[in-house]
Design a binder for this molecule. Structure first.
Ligand SMILES: Nc1ncnc2c1ncn2[C@@H]1O[C@H](COP(=O)(O)OP(=O)(O)OP(=O)(O)O)[C@@H](O)[C@H]1O
Ligand SMILES: [Mg+2]
Length: 277
């Protein structure tokens, strides 16, 4: 079984993250939608467009949301608990069948492709939970990330160590023994081993200190500068929007607000409802 198959079997049942109160309690979605229309995205590098979907035969969790990002851009999804952020990520990665809508990568419709096939197309996903193999060493985790490759992976491993220097020192240590921030570095590094063009991160800074968060965001910016598209869900909404080229506020599986990170940070309604004023 590949690690992506293992991830698929998880299907998000364990998606409960840590400190999750962002005070967005009484928001009225439908009445307050941002005037800005859903983004014109049909030609964007990565697009999940008008996505509708849910789990099994259950109700739709995604109610037509659209997420898009260009090459080398950082797109950030924020929103209250249970809004469907992780579900949207799973849909874009092919871990959830869409009832309506589509996912396109570089102009190609990939809506029906399996996650493995999307990895082969250049997508990489770091899920919110269980994103490393704790009993394996750091380096074994990186090697697992390269499972699809038949070529020499040593240069990519060096690149990951160049990005996350502490991992080089810890490369023989079981990943489960590392700090929370270092484990997230392993997870991101493992995803980079397929040399993706799209890196998807579901709450990469969950449970880490503000300093570690800042460091991780700096590395994410560095990755984007190499031309890799970043699609990221973040609970640290304000900090994440500061580095976002595009920001999406999801509420009840729909686009409540869309704009550049700066626009969303400046929007009084977004500030009041999602950023604590
Ligand atoms: N595997 C699953 N099976 C059934 N329902 C699920 C599953 N995973 C999530 N859900 C439901 O889908 C809805 C959206 O969950 P999702 O995890 O996408 O939200 P989220 O925005 O990522 O929340 P959080 O901020 O807590 O991570 C919730 O009502 C949740 O209970
Ligand atoms: Mg989530």
């Amino acid at each position: 079984m590949t690690d992506y198959e293992a991830l698929r079997d998880n299907r998000g049942n364990n998606d409960r993250s840590i400190a999750k109160d962002n005070g967005s309690g009484g928001l009225h979605v439908a009445d307050n939608r941002q005037t800005r229309p859903a983004p014109s995205v049909s030609r964007a590098f990565l697009v999940g467009e008008a996505m509708v979907g849910g789990y099994g035969k259950g109700p739709s969790i995604l109610n037509g949301c659209t997420i898009a990002a260009e090459k080398g851009e950082i797109a950030v999804i924020v929103g209250p608990n249970g809004a469907g952020k992780s579900t949207a990520m799973k849909a874009v990665f092919g871990m959830l069948d869409l009832r309506q809508g589509s996912v396109r990568l570089n102009g190609e419709d990939i809506t029906r492709l399996t996650p493995q096939a999307r990895v082969a197309k250049g997508m990489a996903f770091v899920p919110q939970v269980r994103n490393i193999f704790p009993s394996m060493s750091v380096e074994e985790n990186l090697e697992m990330g390269a499972f699809l490759r038949r070529d020499d992976i040593s240069r990519t491993i060096e690149q990951v160590y160049g990005l996350f220097t502490i991992l080089r020192d810890k490369r023989r240590q079981p990943a489960g023994e590392l700090s929370g921030g270092q484990r997230q570095q392993v997870a991101v590094g493992r995803a980079l081993m397929t040399q993706p063009s799209v890196l998807m991160l579901d709450e990469p800074t969950a449970g880490v200190s503000p300093i570690v968060m800042d460091e991780l965001f700096d590395r994410i910016i560095e990755i984007a500068r190499q031309g890799i598209t970043i699609l990221m869900v973040e609970q640290n909404a304000r900090q994440a929007l500061e580095i976002a080229d595009k920001g999406y506020v999801l509420v009840q599986g729909g686009n409540a607000f869309t704009g550049t990170g700066k626009e969303l940070l400046a929007d009084p309604q977004v500030r009041k409802s999602f950023l604590g004023g």
